[in-house]
Design a protein around this ligand. Sequence first.
Ligand code: SAM
Length: 243
Amino acid sequence: MRIETLSVFPQMFNDVMSLSIIGRARRAQKLDFVAHDLRKWTHDNHNTTDDVPYGGGAGQLMKVEPVFEALDELLDEDPTTSVIFFSPVGKVFDQSIAEDLAKRQRLIMVCGRYEGFDERVYSRADMILSLGDYVLTGGELAAMVVTDAVCRLLPGVLGDELSSVDESFSNGLLEYPQYTRPAEYRGLQVPEVLLSGHHRNIEQWRRKQSIIRTAQLRPDLLSQAVLSDEESDLAREYLGSGS
Ligand SMILES: C[S@@+](CC[C@H](N)C(=O)[O-])C[C@H]1O[C@@H](n2cnc3c(N)ncnc32)[C@H](O)[C@@H]1O
């Protein structure tokens, strides 16, 4: 898969896209990543990418021409690419969108700055995404979050093929609690069942904990989970009881 970003701060991606799982995925050629500098598609001496808003108001807006010209050139290489813009007015990014994006061949993510984009750029969008109900100073962090979430879903990127299947949201449930050594620390014990080596009991305990935790903390997710009658009763018992 190929992911490209278009922004006025391409250098922000250097470390995040070189380290850990993403860095490994790139070195193994499972992910091809390029951060483009939007200023490359400006034509004045100051490489201007912003301008004042029509109608007045605070701040500057991203100019329409550099974005259009960059996309003209980049899409010319491959018209099947999906173009994503970031904005607080977009659809809120979640695991199901990450799964959808992970199946695509090539993504171009366009990152805003200032007070956002001239509205006309969205005529070039396949998708407008938001990270949530808050305002960031720029879309670069959003692009890093989306790239990270998508990258770990690409075949062969995680060492253990199963590790993204069991994670939170993958089955409409939050992940069960996990522990590592030591078995007791400052009086805090690891649940006995996890020390038992009894795989069936461990599996059942984990499933139950996932359901309880989701019912307590994120009951809104339960409608997407496939639960038996017994599991639905369990979920009802714990509904909204967490903090
Ligand atoms: C300061 S924000 C612009 C906010 C805009 N004036 C508004 O009120 O909707 C600048 C850029 O940061 C990015 N951004 C800000 N908040 C975001 C969020 N919640 N999700 C994704 N991108 C965001 C977008 O690319 C946006 O164009």
